[in-house]
Design a protein around this ligand. Sequence first.
Ligand code: M6R
Length: 611
Amino acid sequence: MCGIVGYAGRRPAAPLLLAGLQKLEYRGYDSAGIALLTPEGVRVVKTAGHDGVMAMEILAGQIDRLPAEATTGIGHTRWATHGRPTDNNAHPHLDTAGEFAVVHNGIIENYLPLRARLREAGCVFQSETDSETVVHLLAHYYRGDLAEALRRTLADISGSFALVGMCRHHPGQLVAARRNAPLIVGAGAEGDFFVASDIPAVLTETREVYVLEDGEMAVVSDGAVSFSDFAGTARAKTVMRVTWDAAAAEKGGYEHFMLKEIDEQPRALQDTLYGRVNRSGLVDLGIRAEFFAGVERVALVGCGTAYHAGLIGRELLEAWAQLPAETAIASEFRYRRPLLDEHTLVVLISQSGETADTLAALHEARKNGARVLVVTNVVGSTAAREADEVLFTWAGPEIAVASTKAYTTQLEVMVLLALYLATARGRLAAEYSAALLAELQALPAKITEILSRKEQLRRMAVPISRAGSAFFIGRGLDWAVALEGALKLKEISYIHAEAYAAGELKHGTLALVTADTPVLAVATQRALYDKTLSNVEEVKAREGRVLAVAASDNRELGDAADEVFWLPPVSDALAPLVTIVPLQLIAYYAAVLRGNHVDKPRNLAKTVTTE
Ligand code: M6R
């Protein structure tokens, strides 16, 4: 999740590129840069954020170092994947002679062998990124025709990309290509052109855009644009007129970031899994095995949604790896003097990696000699920097305060960690692990199928949106998911919501259940169907309204509940990753129906940096 802007025209490029990048900051913001073409070569300024100052702010202050008269350039705002967020790793990247520049979104999967080959050919690399290989390839293949050099480059690279390149010898020219990452060309009024990863970057300049398809290239040159496939066969494209306003466009046409982020979950799960299963079909966390040697117990620590992910992690670690595990709320952890020593693995879970309570827990763990593994979504965050080892979730920037794709990717990392430790400890049959990994790979498609049935969830949200209070019930892993479902509902709809282990309802809370109190039952755990069904019957006997999210073979629930959202087939252990999606959407629609500020709910902040 990074942002790209390119410009070729007659106006000074630097301010146009900066303005475009500022519109894309929501896509990634740990570093940013701009390169301009001059007759002498490429001039570049790029920077990571430093000392609490955002990269874009620093870049804006450095823009006057660039030649004001340059009219061709490219810019980038980065969300680090390969390589830390540093000045050198920021884009644009230049070739060894400083004549070519490239910006890239996505992942070049075969960058390691390419880099080795290019180094042998004399290329000098300045960064740790996969992206830099592209600019060296471009220079390597250049024989006077930049578009041809790009075509040869594309034949060498695998992975996903949206990329834009330029060369000192071709003033006024930009070459661009896409595969599995968005890219558009905006046609300005004065024969000038923009190339961008997202429409918001160009919207103040033009509403006329061409949307590139996967496998297409664009060449902007001398006030014209042409399109082709990667083999060079011309493609005719029609211009599209954008009618959204700028704010909506930042959300890619979505009304709210939260809905966009819910929809991004299939991709986020794919990205998080990518590269973590080795050729032997085993989990590869990219962490040396010695780090886990001698671990006797695990403490999973986080706040809010991250804590809920830890609850699932605990169950899986105990079930598969047979490691004693506990889950702790970070703000409680250090005050209850947890039993920690060098045999304890503390797994800190934090989307932002900046939550004060979680960082305090990290320091407590460190003080007591425990090993610290951080699960975070933000490369370069404090938690990532202070950890002994890190597992990144590759969800991309999460903007909505209500966490969605960060949670599902945290769950995926929990599954991977538990499988890894189970295998390392010889506690899990290889076939079982292989079957689970295969199923994990198939989950994005199942979530996509759930997302295609939003209309039912919108309908189920109607009675909830009118209630003053709601209960969520479930057993085992379903209970942990119920806790997260209730948190989603309360934080954005402002409806009082509580999650109960289904068997606990009758020990007091049932007194609160009336016809006006919807109860959301989660029922995916096969061994517990009957028990949960009995609890649903208890609610029905009190005239409660029961809405359920259930496994497709739990048919008896269909008769007992008022309405059921049926899940696609999924094993018990992986069910939380799909079960949460309808609950996120029910919360979302309930909040929309109540007219709330979905993305920025009252009293809350995305990152909580106070204890
Ligand atoms: O950035 P973190 O994961 O450490 O944040 C922890 C919680 O503040 C966060 O998950 C919060 O509960 C979400 N807003 C819930 O949607």
